[in-house]
Design a protein around this ligand. Sequence first.
Ligand SMILES: NC(=O)C1=CN([C@@H]2O[C@H](COP(=O)(O)OP(=O)(O)OC[C@H]3O[C@@H](n4cnc5c(N)ncnc54)[C@H](O)[C@@H]3O)[C@@H](O)[C@H]2O)C=CC1
Ligand SMILES: O=P(O)(O)OC[C@H]1O[C@](O)(CO)[C@@H](O)[C@@H]1O
Length: 386
Amino acid sequence: MKSLHFGAGNIGRGFIGKLLSDSGLEVIFADVNQPLLDAINARGHYPVKIVGTESSTVTVGPVSAINSTTDDVLEMIESVDLITTAVGPAVLDIIAQSIAKGLMRRLTNNDAPLNIIACENMVQATTHLKHEVFKHLPKSYHEQVEACVGFVDSAVDRIVPPTQADDPLEVTVETFSEWIVDQTQFKGAIPDIVGMELTDNLLAFIERKLFTLNTGHAATAYLGAYYGHKTILQAIGDATIYQQVKATMQESGEVLIRRYRFDRAVHEAYIEKILRRFANPYLTDEVDRVARQPIRKLSASDRLIKPLLGTIEYATANDNLINVIAATLLYKNESDPQAVELQTLLNQQGVKATLTHYTGLDINTAEVERIVAAYQQLQANTPSAG
Ligand SMILES: NC(=O)C1=CN([C@@H]2O[C@H](COP(=O)(O)OP(=O)(O)OC[C@H]3O[C@@H](n4cnc5c(N)ncnc54)[C@H](O)[C@@H]3O)[C@@H](O)[C@H]2O)C=CC1
Ligand SMILES: O=P(O)(O)OC[C@H]1O[C@](O)(CO)[C@@H](O)[C@@H]1O
């Protein structure tokens, strides 16, 4: 079997590409980073360092790579058995056009089933990709694509920070990994991929990961930035932050327990495990990586506002979520375009208008007032640098 993976980055090489290769699939990466593509093709394999209490280095390959912006991708789509992505939610709309063109070429002479799995930190990312692909498909293709192409939603969980190694292909990953896919959305036989778990209740798993790992990680990052920490390890090692992160995850966890009837003790243990993952001393993860694109993370369907809306729905505690959202508004990073845009709007329109603009929260809700008050309190008590 042959698979095409869009995005030869941290997750692409460190997680999804590794699982596909470990399962015996021929892996072809599509990316826009030409030096990265050239390095992959020059060696045909790359090292993955797996770090935790037990650390090891494994070699992933044979692999090859093509440029995502060329017709090579269209040709590859004609013959592959599986497409996966890890490009970042915003890039899905870009690759959708290439996928649509590739499908049009494929379906003229190949109606074998093809499954597409977007592996992004985004709820139902593949369903979104499907809608974008269909925008670029003439209506005459819609029925055939619906019959032959599965767009499979997934939840992806492994912390993979940018490599610190001299070798640009080396990627360092934590021991933990979880890739869960919606088994009801496949067309044809479900590929047997080691580490790919099947479920018919994906939304519960997506929200469990988004509301626990990503919410907790965002809390660690934005509180870490506020208190002047550079790495996640430093931030989670700060007792003040640790307690607030844990309490935030418990608030978002209460929503999951009520919504999906999760076992309370099991979920508490899941939170504790994620806190230990954040404190992995072998993983060098930057606050700025986890805090990247704060506007995306303040959106209504993402890791901060979606759980907050759940606390409103179930009338449960949310003081810590409120405080983390306020800390997010204080996040500054001149090299992150979304962080710059956020601060610009705050300076131009003030907190309340900026908050409601990006989060979609109703300006008249008590939570908006409370976030503004928390923002002002944090601003007044900003820790001195150094
Ligand atoms: N890094 C992590 O720990 C985790 C990340 N994720 C998610 O995985 C996705 C990727 O994240 P990372 O691997 O960390 O990012 P990354 O920045 O390391 O990798 C993204 C890759 O996509 C490539 N790319 C950009 N535009 C492209 C295009 N048009 N066609 C093909 N490739 C293109 C980039 O050159 C880069 O190599 C994101 O949705 C992220 O939220 C999910 C779980 C863990
Ligand atoms: O990739 P994003 O959505 O910008 O945020 C990084 C998040 O992804 C992860 O890498 C894993 O989901 C976490 O480390 C972090 O919460």
